[in-house]
Design a protein around this ligand. Structure first.
Ligand SMILES: [Zn+2]
Ligand SMILES: [Zn+2]
Length: 352
């Protein structure tokens, strides 16, 4: 074991503060990574404040962060894919059983025995896993990803959660050239959804409640922008979408969007409103439409997504902050006051 610097919260009501945590020394198949950037995902905030206590109770102290990009510093003797000096990334998962049907289908994110990057039981050291708001991390090479060297690293970090969360359902639902795709909500997830839909060649319509996001929606790759509060604007698109990605985590009228789907159209939820959504059966029955959900992606697909981003020069739009501003960033995140993701420059942790 060795000590490394990190930022942790001591309770649901405590701010994140500097601390020391223990990491395991790399075993046979482990990769040790010096963390360069870590994105701030909304679920970091939910977990730190124990807002998902019924599904995933927080264990304190908690070190969040699952959008990790860094450089390999050490590898175990059996590691073949990485060597010191390589760029590497870690997303939401650091282990799974490798034997269940989900793992065999390369959908490790649904493995009943998966280990999340933070706040999951740690098989090696006991306690729980600690995430990316830290100097370094040690991860089994099966869960380490390659980062195209052409990408801006601060902007690449959010690809590990916001990126794969939006890439995977679009791939799964066959978003390609000639398809009409809607993206609801232009935040951390939504802005990546727009970029991917555009890169896949679809006709992209961005739905937003704020007219002042119009210009940005077009800049990010939208072909059209609809202010969702405007019933006339909504009506114009009735029954026309092949696919809609719903990235809204606040309460909203989902039927208004289901009604915009074409025959066989699908709406996939990637945002997670706390309260159950009310769905009109008629909206689904008429036109054999479907409603589904999606959660990140498997490791192979996450690598595919990173490679796709390398080939198309796609990264998140980020505001880079030092770790010392993380508590302030959480408050701003609650007000959607960021375009469109915070990325923590981990060099700032070295001075503490
Ligand atoms: Zn996330
Ligand atoms: Zn499994």
């Amino acid at each position: 074991m060795y000590n490394t610097k990190a930022y942790s919260a001591a309770s649901a009501k405590s701010p994140l503060a500097h601390t020391q945590i223990k990491r395991r020394d790399p075993t046979e198949r482990d990769v040790q990574i010096e963390i360069l950037f870590c994105g701030i995902c909304h679920s970091d905030l939910h977990l730190v404040r124990n807002e998902w206590s019924s599904i995933m109770p927080a264990v304190y102290p908690i070190v969040p962060g699952h959008e990790i990009v860094g450089r390999v510093t050490k590898v175990g003797p059996a590691v073949a894919k990485y060597k010191p000096g390589d760029l590497a990334a870690v997303g939401c998962l650091v282990d799974s059983d490798g034997t269940c049907p989900q793992c065999k289908a390369r959908l490790e994110q649904f493995c009943p025995n998966l280990t999340l990057t933070f706040n999951s039981p740690d098989k090696h050291l006991g306690g729980v896993t600690y995430g990316g708001y830290s100097d370094s991390i040690v991860v089994d090479e099966r869960f380490v990803l390659r980062v195209p060297s052409s990408l801006n690293l601060a902007g690449a970090a959010p690809l590990l959660c916001a990126g794969i969360t939006t890439y995977s359902p679009m791939r799964h639902r066959g978003v390609t050239k000639g398809k009409k795709v809607g993206v609801v909500g232009l935040g951390g997830l939504g802005h990546m959804g727009v970029k991917f839909a555009r890169a896949f060649g679809a006709h992209v319509v961005v739905f937003t409640t704020s007219p002042n996001k119009k210009e940005d929606a077009l800049r990010l790759g939208g072909d059209e922008v609809v202010v969702s509060r405007n019933a006339d604007e909504m009506k114009k698109h009735s029954g026309s979408f092949d696919f809609i990605l719903d990235a809204v985590s606040a309460e909203h009228d989902i039927n208004a969007y289901i009604n915009l789907l074409a025959r066989e159209g699908n709406l996939t939820l990637v945002g997670a409103p706390a309260k159950p959504l009310s769905v009109s059966a008629f909206s689904l029955i008429m036109g054999r439409r479907s409603l589904s959900g999606s959660n990140i992606g498997g490791i192979a697909e996450t690598q595919e997504m990173l490679d796709f981003c390398g080939a198309h020069n796609i990264t998140a739009d980020v505001e880079v902050i030092p770790i010392q501003k993380v508590n302030e960033a959480y408050e701003r995140l609650l007000k959607s006051d960021v375009k469109y993701r915070f990325s923590i420059d981990m060099a700032s942790l070295k001075s503490e």
